[in-house]
Design a protein around this ligand. Structure first.
Ligand code: NDP
Length: 450
């Protein structure tokens, strides 16, 4: 099919979407990228066209918006806004994280919920797509304030979730502490101990390896991409952004695979440690960010390495780049710097960390590019395994969960190869989008017009 015809159809479709969802730029961006990959399938198959599958897939099943009132430590009344976007439950109950960050808005949650549908389908587990969160900033809040906020949020959210309906998890700003407060409040309200959240503590239904799963999975996927080109991570220099859950465990597994990690970052700046961030240094970062909730600049002072305030990792030399912080944190200039520096692979630990222009440039330049919906699917995959363990009322060993995670990432890689192989090698963006799309679309077709 002619590329011009496909692009014309994408333009027409996205123009309608933009009209219906004004100002939601991140959502437009995510849909445009998927539409580019799947439009040839839609144009080729009259079943998809007649059933208006793409139109239906880009309209969430429902969105709940609610007020969260809470009291801070000085007894001031505070008000935030929260959302749950239940995007599509065609292949299983809704599943997707909760994000607490001042930047959270409808556009960001719709983009994340949309992406989640494809990612969850790719894992092969029965999970639909959702996302939620609040424009609440946990930074600088006391534990008690975070607790009161979480409890207030759950007073409304509990009506909309359930183990067979919608099972939220963590995301930016929602880690073990927040999940525990949320779960405790749910249990207290409904008087049922049931797996309505994942990422729970090990003492109350959590799964081993869930904490590490997104980062580990991202590295497994990258190893698979490199192996497919008869290469491996062993001996490679890696740049990682972020210093949160995904970044830390990406760095840990990269080290275990024989790579050297030279950067980490947070929202204030980047550290460059050419000697490599070893296990002890990573333990320091873990304590700094997860326990003391401090700034990465402390790392530079302690280990006497370079710190660039406001900087990002992409202009330091590396073989493999792992953007693991947030959306649109790697732009076209950064991509050019990576390509010029001889970077072989970019794997998205975060969701949509590369701008559209950056992703396009990397793909065109022959850099292996693992899109988030494939590369970071390990987190939701182990969340799915946590749900299975909760339903069976058993706990698998660390080795058992890690073995299943390794297998799921390898299956995702195979699906990307199957759907994305072309004359110039595998295009992992097309592969992931098409494989996820076909699974969700076939389920939707089977249900008729719903
Ligand atoms: P965390 O909150 O644990 O960590 C986020 C990290 O990114 C922090 O170091 C934070 O810096 C940094 N960061 C946040 N916003 C910005 C910004 N605007 N500019 C620069 N740095 C920023 O989140 P996670 O590690 O859980 O999530 C990271 C990404 O991975 C997100 O895109 C998320 O959607 C995605 N993801 C997460 C999964 C999971 O299992 N947790 C699963 C799949 C995807 P600071 O410390 O200053 O706040």
């Amino acid at each position: 099919m002619a590329e011009a015809q496909i692009e014309a159809e994408v333009t027409r479709f996205v123009a309608g979407l933009e009209r219906r969802n004004q100002g939601e730029t991140e959502f437009h961006q995510a849909v445009r990228e998927v539409a580019r990959s799947v439009m040839p399938l839609v144009l080729d198959d009259p079943r998809y066209r007649e059933a208006r599958i793409l139109e239906r897939m880009t309209e969430p099943d429902r969105i709940v918006i609610f007020r969260v009132s809470w009291e801070d430590d000085e007894h001031n009344v505070r008000v935030n806004r929260a959302w749950r976007v239940q995007f599509n439950n065609s292949v299983g109950p809704y599943k997707g994280g909760l994000r607490f960050h001042p930047s959270v808005n409808m556009s960001i949650l719709k983009f994340l919920g949309f992406e989640q549908c494809f990612k969850n389908a790719l894992t092969g587990l029965p999970m639909g797509g959702a996302k939620g969160g609040a424009n609440f900033n946990p930074k600088g809040k006391s534990d008690r304030e975070v607790m009161r906020f979480c409890q207030s949020l759950m007073v409304e959210l509990h009506r909309h979730i359930g183990e067979d309906t919608d099972v939220p998890a963590g995301d930016i700003g929602v880690g073990a502490r927040e999940i525990s407060f949320l779960f405790g409040q749910y249990k207290r309200m409904v008087n049922r101990f049931t797996g309505i959240l994942t990422g729970k503590g090990l003492a109350f239904g959590g799964s081993l390896v869930r904490r590490e799963a997104t980062g580990y999975g991202c590295v497994y996927f990258t190893e698979d991409m490199l192996n497919h080109r008869d290469d491996s991570l062993d001996g490679k220099t890696c740049a990682v952004s972020g210093a949160g859950n995904v970044a830390i465990y990406t760095a840990e597994k990269a080290l275990a695979m024989g790579a050297k990690v030279v950067t980490l970052s947070d929202s204030d700046g980047v550290i460059y440690d050419p000697d490599g961030i070893d296990g002890d240094k990573l333990a320091f970062v873990h304590d700094l960010k997860e326990v003391r909730r401090g700034r990465l600049s402390e790392y530079a002072e302690r280990y006497r390495c370079q710190y660039v305030a406001g900087g990002r990792p992409w202009h330091f030399p590396c073989d493999v780049a792992f953007p693991c912080a947030t959306q649109n944190e790697l732009d076209e200039d950064d991509a050019r710097a990576l390509i010029d520096g001889g970077c072989l692979a970019v794997a998205e630990g975060a969701n949509m960390p590369c701008t559209s222009e950056a992703a396009r440039l990397l793909r065109r330049s022959g850099v292996l590019f693992g899109p988030g919906k494939a590369a970071n699917a390990g987190g939701v995959a182990v969340s799915g395994l946590e749900q299975s363990q909760n339903a069976l009322r058993i706990s698998w060993s660390r080795d058992e969960v890690d073995r299943r995670l390794r297998q799921i990432m390898s299956d995702i890689h195979s699906k990307c190869v199957e759907h994305g192989a072309g004359p110039h090698g595998v295009d992992y963006v097309d592969g992931a989008n098409r494989a996820g799309f076909v699974k969700v679309a076939e389920a939707m077709l089977a249900y008729g017009i719903v």
